[in-house]
Ligand binder design. Structure first.
Ligand SMILES: Cc1ncc(COP(=O)(O)O)c(C=O)c1O
Length: 395
């Protein structure tokens, strides 16, 4: 028998459930792209501020490429920490309002490296039910006891903290802006409950960095929680348009990570050009002041239009606007029809989101003008309402 027989079977099962995923190849990235000569509004890009193709970010990246070469050539602890890494960490620490920062190979690696350094077999990690896969994988890798609290529910978190047996460290983890729902965590409340029960607090600001807070610093800073949130995690791959992850934290925690975080130690440092693009993007944000405010204004108008037409955008309050369809096949069909009209809105299905909550996840970016958004909203309303109406009519 071919050794792939079991693989064929697994894929066939995914296909049957409408859960098979395939890679698509694009010639461009960003919120507005050309495909075979036709312009598409891309609502599936996380390049919220349109910085992935910003000339200043590209030129900063090029400068570091030419000065330092293609790669860091070693892991950060050996000889892979170059001036650009040091510079980027200083800039991130200042932006986030923490004493220090440490850059990881990606946001995924940052979450894995941080959580495994803070918690071990006899410890307890409390994570929001909708926490990103990289947070969950970090907890699994840490071997700590995982307890999941109901989404954005400080009371359930408190109940779990109360039940937790004595002994061992406790860590509470949440996102500030949730990646698939676009809603915002009650950070002050969650933090105060965690502190009350002696737990450390970690907040993933992947989707808030660059968008929320003064100068794009994120929600921890907007709410003034820097002294109470021990781990401010973020990524360079969303609003900053590049690649890489980071933590902003105390100097003691940074020292611990440099010594313990295997996802930091046993991998090559980020290439200088990638670090340069993040520095360039951060400089553009500094100059612009608060580009996130304009993005959030456009997103709010777009969301209101969808809501007024009766679509369910969950509790979105950010540039991420979900449109709940529910069923996998129907969500895929809506995405397909929108594509034929020039709108890319990828269908998000389980296991990325809970069973029965398949949705379009629409990311508004500064590449989308008010006019683009007005037109797209009309098309999305027509297709999504049509699908939901047909389901109601035929069961
Ligand atoms: C909430 C959250 N955390 C972490 C990550 C991982 O970041 P990266 O893409 O930089 O690995 C993502 C992105 O998928 C995310 O949405």
């Amino acid at each position: 028998m071919r050794f792939e027989a079991w693989i064929d079977e697994e894929i066939a099962q995914l296909r049957e459930k409408g859960l098979e995923r395939r890679l698509s190849v694009f010639s461009e990235a960003g919120g507005k792209i050309e495909i075979e000569g036709r312009t598409f509004l891309n609502f599936s890009s996380n390049d919220y501020l349109g910085l992935a193709r910003n000339p200043e970010a590209i030129s900063a990246s090029r400068k570091y490429l030419v000065s330092y070469g293609c790669g860091a050539t070693a892991s950060r602890l050996i000889t892979g920490t170059l001036d650009p890494h040091d510079e980027l960490e200083r800039v991130i620490a200042a932006l986030k309002g923490y004493p220090e920062a440490l850059v990881f190979g990606s946001g995924f690696l940052a979450n894995a490296g941080i959580i495994t350094s803070l918690a071990g077999r006899s410890d307890h990690v409390f994570a929001d039910k909708l926490a990103h896969a990289s947070i969950i994988d970090g907890i699994v890798l840490s071997r700590a006891n995982l307890k999941r609290f109901h989404h954005n529910d400080p009371d359930h978190l408190t109940a779990l903290l109360k039940q937790c047996p004595a002994g061992g460290r406790k860590l509470v983890v949440t996102e500030s802006v949730f990646s698939m729902d676009g809603d915002i965590a009650p950070l002050a409340e969650i933090t105060s409950r965690a502190v009350e029960y002696g737990a450390m607090v970690m907040v993933d600001e992947a989707h808030a960095t660059g968008v929320f807070g003064p100068g794009g610093s994120g929600l921890i800073r907007e709410y003034g929680l820097e002294d109470r949130v021990n781990v401010s995690m973020g990524t360079l791959s969303k609003a900053l348009g590049g690649y890489g992850g980071f933590i902003a934290c105390s100097s003691a925690l940074r020292d611990l990570l440099v010594n313990r975080a295997r996802a930091f130690i046993y991998t090559t440092g980020l290439p200088p050009a990638v670090v340069g693009s993040a520095l360039g993007a951060l400089a553009v944000i500094r100059k612009a002041g608060n580009p996130g405010a304009e993005l959030l204004r456009r997103a709010a108008t777009f969301r209101k239009r969808l809501q007024e037409a009766g679509l369910n955008t969950l509790n979105s309050e950010s540039q991420i606007v979900p449109v709940l369809i529910g069923e996998n096949a129907g969500t895929l069909a809506v995405a397909q029809r929108l594509k034929s009209k020039g709108i890319l809105a990828v269908a998000i299905r389980p296991p990325t989101v809970p069973e029965g909550t398949a949705r379009l996840r629409l990311s508004v970016t500064l590449d989308h003008s008010d006019r683009d958004l007005e037109w797209a909203a009309g098309e999305i309303i027509a297709e999504a309402s049509g699908e939901l109406g047909a389901r109601e009519a035929y069961g």
